[in-house]
Design a protein. Sequence first.
Lengths: 443, 612
Amino acid sequence: MKYRNLSIWRNIDKPLLIMYLLLSVIGYFIMYSSTFKGLNIQTDFWSANYGKQFVWIIITLFIGFFILLLDGSFIKNTAYFTYGFVLLLLILVLLMPPIKGARSWFYFSGFSIQPSEFIKLTLSLSIAKLLSDVGSRFQEFRTKLKAFFMIIIPALLIAVQPDPGTMLVFACFIFVLYREGLSGNFLLIGLFTVLIAVVGIFLKASNSVFHLAGNAISGNIFFGLILILGFIFSFIIIRYFVLPRYRKKKIQRLIIITLLGLSISGGINYVYDSVFSERHRTRFQIMFGIKEDRKGAGYNIYQALSAVGSGEGLGKGYLKGTLSNDKYKHVPEQNTDFIFCVLAEEWGFLGSFIFISLYLSTLIRMILIAERQRSKFTRIYGYCVSGILFFHFMINIAMVIGLAPVIGIPLPFFSKGGSAIFSFGLMVFILLRLDSERKVVLR
Amino acid sequence: MDPFKNRQWVVILIIISVGLIFSFRLFYIQVINKDWSERAKQITSKTENIQPPRGFIYDRNNQLLVGAETIYDIYIHPSIIKLKDSSAICKLFNLSNNDFREIIKNASSGYNVPYKPSVFIESMTQQEHAKISPYLGQINSVFAKPKIDRGYPNPIAAHLLGYIRRIDENQFKNTKAQGDFFYTKNDFIGITGLEKEYELLLRGERGNINYLKDYAGNKIETVNKKPPKPGRSLYTTLDIELQKLGEKLMENKIGSIVAIEPSTGEVLAMVSAPSYNPSSLTGRDFSENFKIFKKNDSLKPLINRPVYNDKYRPGSIFKLVQALIALDDGVILPETGFSCNKNIIGCHNHERPDNLTKAIKHSCNPYFFQVYKRLIMKDNSKNVFQTSREGLAIWEQNIKTFGFGDPLGIDLPEEKSGFIPNVDFYDKWYGKKRWAFSTIYSNSIGEGEIGVSPIQMANLASIIANRGYYYTPHVIKKIANENILKKFKIKHRTCVDKKHFEVVVKAMNEVVNKGTGRNARIDSIEVCGKTGTVENKTFNDHSVFISFAPMDNPKIAIAVYVEYGTWGSKWAAPIASLMMESFIKGSLSKKSIEKVNQISQAVILNPNTDFK
């Protein structure tokens, strides 16, 4: 026992541990500032939001400490079981009464639990187990299918809640699968899809009209024509400049891509008109800066951007914000989804830049840790954790700084919310534990 | 080995590029583009004006005439109304369910939002507020906010004090055009009387406060504050007691009283009847009362008659001026006598006017016809038209030195000039050389085309009391800006030499003791006065009386004009007498008090007046 304990402390990845603790502490202080009501307002610490958050952080560290004492194989072996258990909770949570329009919480007296926060952890473990099991090869279609269902089932359950933000995070597993051998085309197709979608939505949202030979045609049809034009152009190039033996393959791909582009663009057309409600449309219009609705749908983002912008170079100083804390409350949801506003306002560009650097360094550190494993399980799990955190970070910050439409999603280690703090903490601790065994076993 | 190991770099590259994109974006909105920072300021900071309290107005003995009164706006805050509150609110303010719903709707729509309190009862008086205030504490969603309005501890002198009201669009534009940026559209501004005349001093200087607000607009932290400078107080020359007495005497009558201290020109009392309670033009009831006063009351209570009504013919009191000018011109002597020839001009029966004193004492019309004739037709050798022209021109000049025909310059905005007919006027009316003394002789007895305002009449009394000079009548005694007072310290001399006044003064004393003005006698005080009866074709003649007392070293000069008062001695003389008695003695005798009551109960109104 003595040896084992020692080996934990010797082998644990101290940079990651320090980064995690640093993020947690910074996160806590930002969270404290976000719920700050002014010095002269006396609030009972334990009943205040920051008191609860403090308790959750302590619990997380405590449980995390025990996790460090667990055996890695135990974690691996119980992966399916925990996954199944949380999946069950995800089904049961749909029976709960909705809070703010979503059935995401189990509500107990005093605190609430959000199972969708935990499914990310258990799903990561299960995917890692599935892909690392002896005898399962990712190249096989069966394995891919299993992995696909493993991911899509909780994603759909969460979509039903509805919680689009969390659902979107599940897309991060594409990185994991990519690392494990999924064709890079999927990433490219993903990028291509996003590009076409952005252009398509922009054209729809802006109601662009182009004039062609005297006829006014809507933006999307024009876009489709451009795609077809591009196809013809590429076809001609292939026809005359590519060696005959490669031609067939290239033309096949060209046709697929063009069809994909056209169908996405057409799909966007349909979704925008028929599936989206007016509320969604306004959100997109606001995001693209086509419409300004400072009092209505654009309120959140307008206030958030003002708060971020007002931080300027060096910020206003800790607890000295005038927009985003609870004292002024100009920014709504300032202690959950828009918590980055507090940091950006009080610490300015300098603080924001350091924050981004630290956060992304942590994620990169996780990738590097994953890559040094001999155990496939730990590696995949490392990618999962890094990917999940990355998606949270990316979607959350992009939303706050006006690069994405407003989607409710917490910023890990910062946003108020016990379940999130706890589950993200566990993810990191499990990674630390698994990594500390990297020299011991080959799994 | 792992064939996909290099893919880690793709992932890391993606992570780094996202970090770069975010950093550039942040650098843009935080450092390069200052728009968002500006917008944040607009969102958080708010500057509000702080209203300076308006200056008070006092009388000559530092008694408060216009002060402040606290009134209350009742606010309602819809978003925090609890179920039990709504029934309590309905009960407290006597509202039906529908009223209540209407109130909530109004407080949540238009300019109002449910999460901010808004006014639902404006300008509640102190008494009304006292009734509900004990219950207000129990209802969180309703509260009262005090504000200051004009208060009148002595509800008198409404015309002189004037009123304030919310600035209208035109005034707002005009002040802006004149480079005066004091007002906001919610401000009050003096419209008449002293409130208008001394607006710049009374209004004070605006302060402001700049503070950080929260999302609901609540004040969170003061950034900058400039306290307002309260308006300066005015100390007037008015005597509250005298003014009160005057208003009481003029109840149920139409007309004016003006009392002046001759030695200074200070206005002691200025009554315009009918009058109104100045506090009726404050607060919530302003518009309703204003409409009544302005449109529906044919007696026009808003007019400040003593200075505004310059169409009054002076009647017989004008004979005093004629006598003085004639003496000075040397066209008559105190011993000059004429016969009371009723064929020339109507008169009543009295002893023969064989000197000036007797003529004044009995107010003999034919006598002053002759006097005026001598004034106008000095050179009988010339053409009668030409002589009249020359005579009238000189006469007009002389008359004007008594303060007629032009505004005196009292510090009230409504003052009008009065009218002294001159050569141009008659030329226009009759044509050049088509009029002569015979056309204009009614001027001799203060009838005809002459128009004089009551303040000018009182000023005449003051001139005679001073034996030949006057100070511009004024209402202000003490003021922050001493320069304003300078023009009231200039002695204005008449064209008439001092020595000629004694005769007239003696004669006026005779008028009161033995002549037409016996009703004005006061025990143990030598009063000088002159009655006037102004012809009125539609109804009773108007009753006029000017007077001063005591004869030597006069303390008060007064003019009383009672429309439809039949003749000078009937109403105007006793009213003047009571006023003077009260002022000089400090109190009224028992008999006088009885008289006051009698007079104040007398209703003297034109039955032809259309009452609505």
